[in-house]
Design a protein around this ligand. Structure first.
Ligand code: DGL
Length: 266
């Protein structure tokens, strides 16, 4: 059995959607989480900048002798994954493939919506993956750049007027197309899933990419339990207190004193 930890990263809180699921599916695994809060958001950056951030994030996680990386970030997975996989000697799991597969399995009418950051939507990563699995699918996309700052600022309540106004504005064109499945293509978005579900209605299947990536991880490493494991170390590159407060709310447990500061890159 390989008792080394799993490394998980995102630009901020979003990757916790994968962590929450790994804790449920693989409770014996040790996790090292890095949220690059000094440089969030990634989704408005250029390809070169995102590539640099991703390499620096993985290099930091590799210093813990991890056995695999979960790129719990739709933007990083969309922009960097095929190239990054060639550069490292450990398994790197992204969110695009597992989420696309889940969407194709969920849809009944073949009409699939995808929301994500500007970089993710521009990359067309989810579209390519879905079309390779189901060439007849009809796909409708929308970039939602204000969702990440809202989540990072704790504005997640479905009754929050600012959040719900943005949900309506971003999702109206996709809803009008009659999609029955929506990929929340940025890992921050499941944190505002209740607001998205309230607007889309209960008949729309919402796909959570962090959750799907955790399921994929379980399949690939097996359900072997590390009896002494189950710990999680959290690192951020800025604002430990803000992260700790929002992460505690999301994970439903106090992280007080457990979040460590780490600057990566220059
Ligand atoms: N949670 C990330 C994603 O899945 C990053 C969003 C951002 O930093 O813009 O795309």
């Amino acid at each position: 059995m390989d008792n080394r930890p799993i490394g998980v990263f995102d630009s901020g809180l979003g990757g916790l959607t994968a962590v929450a699921e790994i804790m449920k599916l693989l409770p014996g695994e040790d996790i090292v989480y890095f949220g690059d809060t000094a440089r969030v958001p990634y989704g408005t950056r250029s390809e070169n900048t995102i590539m640099r951030y991703v390499r620096e994030d993985i290099d930091f996680l590799k210093s813990f002798d991890i056995k695999a990386v979960i790129m719990a970030c739709g933007t990083a997975s969309s922009v960097s994954l095929p190239r990054i996989r060639k550069e490292y000697d450990i398994p790197i799991i992204g969110v695009v493939e597992p989420a696309s597969r889940a969407a194709v399995e969920a849809t009944k009418n073949g009409r699939i919506g995808i929301i994500g950051t500007s970089a993710t939507v521009r990359s067309r990563s989810y579209e390519r993956e879905i079309m390779s699995l189901c060439s007849g699918a009809k796909i409708f996309t929308a970039a939602c750049p204000l969702f990440v700052p809202l989540v990072e600022n704790g504005r997640c309540d479905p009754d929050d007027v600012v959040l719900y106004t943005m949900v309506e504005e971003y999702l109206a064109p996709i809803k009008a197309e009659g999609v029955d499945t929506l990929i929340m293509g940025c890992t921050h978005y499941p944190i505002i899933e209740r607001a998205i579900a309230k607007y889309m209605g209960e008949k729309t299947a919402l796909i959570n990419p962090g959750l799907e990536a955790a399921g994929y991880l379980k399949q690939s490493i097996g359900a072997a339990q590390n009896a002494s494991g189950g710990s999680c170390r959290f690192f951020v590159s800025d604002d430990r207190d803000g992260f700790s407060e929002n992460a505690s709310k999301f994970l439903g447990k106090s992280l007080c004193g457990e979040v460590e500061l780490k600057t990566v890159g220059k």
